[in-house]
Design a protein around this ligand. Structure first.
Ligand code: HEM
Length: 414
């Protein structure tokens, strides 16, 4: 493969990401003396960053690499994103620092501590229900039984929205981030995906407008929606547009990511004889396992940055306005950093994966995502003797979210 040979694998096409993300193509790109370039029809072409060190450079250097021109391939059209400067993920310094301070101030350590028993309660009830289904049906689809409801309920608790709205909110968030209508959806065209994402985003915004303006009494006092509305720090407050867009950011950021990390991770455990038993013997082993799950099947596979001034990266001269696609899934399998990167090593240490990124935009929900994963796996390991896979992973075609739609197992109760 040469640096400009763009049609070998079409990284803009979701179809290339099933049944597996294109790990071999990324490995070939990593060995190139320059960054790989791909043209796109109807959208800017892009350079691919596949090495761990280059990825770190791009994500840390927020002055040279802007987040304001879109953060995914599908949403990057060569114009500034309409939510830039307002939504934390799509904002550069100095406005980002202000937003980050206010949003972080709402996620206090006390707030996270108050969520721990709630998340544990979700884990217990979900495993109860999964074991019941398993008894009556002889199997469970872990996506519908465990990995989708866990972040759906947790994000509901984090935002403080009523339980009866949570399924609808999760479905809108899923449409917005995957650009697909739901499980089994075939990879549509860029225009169709953009329309679907836009619908999901608009529905979510309308939902937050309606509940904040029309029915604020339905919002929990301790939830993030109210916290973002009320937060005041050094006489600064979020504007109403900022509140709305950052509620949207939380709803979208925390659902599909966690859901798929757990589903893909459970698949790795179920496919490895002995792994389940080894973890059951000592729950202290869960934390390293979670990090390996986050590395091995990276939940958010790429991020887009737009170059703000001429620079050089990976042997390539970049000009202002160039689109750079950082493949976190590729960086997480860089052999310069990870020994045997294509092997799932349950006790890998150290594990400097970039799934929550690095630098100023480091994921604000990382602690909560890890807490959800730990609670669910600890509950399963306590109450389930073994997990037997009945199917492979059924992936949603997407080049952004490593989406898992189905994984059937039999759970043998302890
Ligand atoms: C396994 C689960 C998760 C993964 C893999 C993940 C991944 C990421 C990534 C890659 C970014 C960086 C985006 C960028 O730099 O453009 C990010 C940022 C963010 N995440 Fe997460 N996330 C997860 C869970 C969550 C949860 C549960 C929440 C909410 C409670 C959340 C809220 C956010 C927010 C608000 C940001 C923006 C931070 C900023 O721009 O300063 N995430 N996340």
């Amino acid at each position: 493969m040469t640096a400009t040979e763009s049609r070998t694998v079409d990284l803009a096409s979701p179809a290339e990401f099933v049944p597996q993300p294109p790990y071999e193509a990324w490995a070939a790109m990593r060995r190139l003396p320059e960054l790989h370039w791909q043209d796109r029809e109807g959208a800017p072409g892009f350079y691919s960053v596949t090495r761990h060190d280059h990825t770190r450079t791009v994500l840390r250097d927020v002055k040279t690499y802007s987040s304001e021109w879109g953060m995914t391939l599908d949403s990057t059209l060569g114009t500034r994103d309409p939510a830039a400067g307002l939504m934390i993920e799509l904002t550069d310094r100095p406005r980002h620092a202000r937003l980050r301070k206010l949003v972080t101030a709402a996620i206090t350590p006390q707030f996270v501590a108050s969520l721990a028993p709630i998340i544990q309660g979700h884990a217990t009830r979900l495993v109860d229900a999964a074991l019941r289904d398993n008894r009556s049906e002889g199997m469970v689809n872990v996506v519908t039984a465990l990995t989708a409801p866990m972040p759906r309920l947790t994000i509901g608790s984090i935002l403080g929205i009523p339980e009866e709205d949570q399924e609808r909110v999760a479905a809108m968030a899923s449409r917005a981030i995957t650009g697909t209508e739901g499980p089994g959806a075939a990879a549509p065209t860029l225009a169709e995906r953009r329309r679907c994402s836009e619908t999901g985003n608009n529905e979510l915004l309308m939902y937050f407008v309606e509940i904040i303006e029309g029915e604020p009494h339905r919002l929990s006092e301790n939830g993030m929606v109210r916290r973002l509305m009320d937060i005041e720090l050094d006489e600064a407050r979020l504007t109403s547009d900022e509140v709305l867009l950052n509620c949207l950011n939380l709803a979208i950021g925390g659902y599909e990511t966690t859901k798929n990390a757990v589903a893909a991770g459970l698949y790795q455990l179920a496919s490895r004889p002995g792994a389940w038993q080894w973890l059951r013997e000592d729950h202290a082993r869960i934390d390293a396992m979670i990090e390996e799950m986050l590395r091995f099947d990276t939940p958010a596979m790429h991020l887009i940055r737009t170059v703000t001034e001429p620079t050089t990266l990976g042997g390539t001269r970049l000009a202002e306005g160039d689109t750079v696609c950082v493949w976190l899934s590729a960086a997480n399998r860089d052999p310069e950093v990870f020994e045997a990167p294509d092997e799932f090593r349950i006790d890998r240490s150290p594990n400097s994966h970039l799934s929550f990124t690095i630098g100023p935009h480091f994921c604000l929900g990382a602690v909560l995502a890890r807490l959800e994963m730990r609670s669910l796996f600890a509950e399963l390991l306590t109450r389930v003797e073994s997990v037997e896979p009945l199917s492979g992973l059924v992936r949603r075609p997407s080049n952004f979210i490593a989406g898992i739609d189905r994984f059937d197992v039999t759970l043998r109760p302890a």
